[in-house]
Design a protein. Structure first.
Length: 246
């Protein structure tokens, strides 16, 4: 399987985006996260709109089988456009924004994770003020098995773009400077991975993340998602555990 992941972070403000970026990168390259190779995961901090559009266009030309886009930072929900808008950076006070629809259809199978606010705003964007999950197995054979299981599930999964949102429309996404985003931490929490199960789907991870946040007395956001109504064995994988190693 030809895969690529792009992790984008807007590091302005004390919202823990740097922690999220590191956590997602470590998770993906771990065996549990699918054993992604380092060269398959790109990280872009505080990029311009042109830089990201150029990257997305390059990925489309690569003929990927699976693409994952992860965004952590500031954002809002545009009344005019009717979609989520991500603020990539703000050099000199000028917002470099990216619309959600501009990130779609990069590959036949795709997962978008948007850990940002989705408060309503009227253009131009109103600026919103805004562990480590790394199950590392040292045996190379374990990594090969994990990657094979992950790829097999990807091949069997429904085509299309699935999107996970850190909060519902009209809400803010919260984060702490040293802990990272509330949603990202909940999504990366493996407490919902049933013992003895080989594949932990995106849908299962999202359900667990919502439960974790609902149980947090300090959290005020409600994550939401756009997922295909596929059969359980056709859902995108989030994490894997080779039974050989469990």
């Amino acid at each position: 399987m030809k895969r690529k992941a792009l992790i984008i972070g807007n590091t302005s403000g004390e919202t823990g985006v740097g922690v999220d970026v590191a956590n997602y990168s470590n998770f993906l390259t771990s065996d549990k996260g699918g054993a992604w190779d380092a060269g398959e995961v790109d990280i872009s901090l505080d990029p311009t709109r042109a830089e990201i559009l150029c990257l997305l266009a390059r990925y489309k030309r690569m003929g990927l089988d699976y693409f994952m886009l992860i965004f952590a930072g500031h954002g809002g929900f545009s009344r005019r456009l009717g979609e989520t808008v991500m603020e990539l950076s703000s050099p000199g006070g000028r917002a470099e924004d990216l619309n959600e629809t501009e990130t779609l259809d990069v590959a036949p199978r795709q997962l978008n994770i948007l850990d940002c606010c989705r408060c309503y705003y009227d253009d131009p964007m109103i600026k919103e003020g805004a562990h480590l999950v790394n199950a590392s197995f040292q045996m190379s054979i374990a990594r090969s098995i994990a990657r094979g299981i992950y790829d097999d599930r990807l091949r069997a999964s429904c085509k299309g773009t699935s999107t996970l949102y850190a909060c519902s429309i009209g809400q803010t996404a919260e984060g702490e400077s040293e802990e990272g985003g509330v949603f990202s931490n909940a999504l990366l929490d493996m407490g919902g991975f049933p013992a003895g199960q080989q594949v932990y789907s995106v849908a299962e991870a999202m359900k667990h993340a919502k439960e974790v946040i609902a149980a947090n007395p300090y959290a005020t956001q409600t994550p939401s998602a756009r997922l295909p109504r596929c059969m359980a064995n056709q859902q995108l994988p989030w994490a894997v555990t080779p039974l050989l190693l469990s």
